[in-house]
Design a protein. Sequence first.
Length: 398
Amino acid sequence: MSAQKTSSRPWLIALPTVGLLVLGLIWSGFWYYSSLQAEAAMEAWRTREAGSGRVYGCTKAEFGGYPFRIEVTCSDPSVDDRTSALSIRARNLSAVAQVWDPTLVIGEIVGPMTIGPLGGSPITTIDWTLAQASLRGTPGTPERLAVVVDKPSLQSVPPSDPLVGADHAEFHARFAADSTAGHPVLDLALDLSHFSAPAGRALTPPLGPLAVAATDASIVAVLRDAPDLAPKPLSQRLREIQAANGRLEIKGARLQQGDLIASAEGALALTPRGTLSGELKLTIVNFAKLVPMLGIERITAQAAPDTLNRFAPALNRIMPGLGGILGGNAGGGSGGTGASPAGGTVTANANAAMLGALALGGRQTQFEGQQAVSLTLRFDDGAVQLGPLKLGQIGPLF
């Protein structure tokens, strides 16, 4: 009897299979529709960018990722920017988004990337072992961007020693919670591991030696009144920020070269002609390492004893007893060292460091449990000054 009932209801067996087929067809239609929408959004973005002078191209573009993802692969991606007259080329670009969350796109680009003038030969090459990025939002209105690069290296063409390099680099940008359409606020973060700029050896001290040495850096900042995250030439973006009276607020920055550690916080802005203006509060551990770079040794070596005595009260405020030590050392002859009242010996380098800290308006403090010196770095219409000492001049940025 049961066998007869089963044979008389074959649809009970076929129903699940038919249901799966229907769901598969519905999902396939949804995926196909989503991929068409993604392709249309990309084409609309490329059209808008072309209207702004930036032409994006691919030798071959492919869409895939069925059934759960939308993938785009672009062979030989290129950007021709008429505004900056630059041409950028790479080997391959791929991007992927989940069908149910198309506003989060994760991409990877394969180098090397070449940069050169429009219609000309490349002049710069950027390479890496891995470069990935994630973008939240849409191509026209991004909300959050993250870029991670392993072993980035910048070289000139023909190849030479790297101009700039690092072991690892990360950059993060997002609109802050208090950002509005009228007053956009961007949270920024940059991390660099073993960053160096060998090309900086040609710069005048102290910038040259500082640029060449390997540096670990971590910077957290807020950029106020930056219109958007859309790709633009740097000069155009900086002009827009200046026109909106924008500023960069450095909430916390830490740089380390060996046992030389510096932290900074403050704010920077741009003048109408594109130069930097503002100031940063610096805290430096092992300030003596900067003495030869800043040329302070030459100043203190020539300092008369009465000059050191005149500075003694302020020196004692930096470090109790220092004024007496340096005063006694100043009269100790030309050997560069002298006996303190307590019978100790102070090196000329230490003398120079502390007198230099005073001359630069510094004061004693603590940082990460170590003795440190606090100073002010000022930017005045592009001129860079550490206290009264001029370090150099930064030209207009646009």
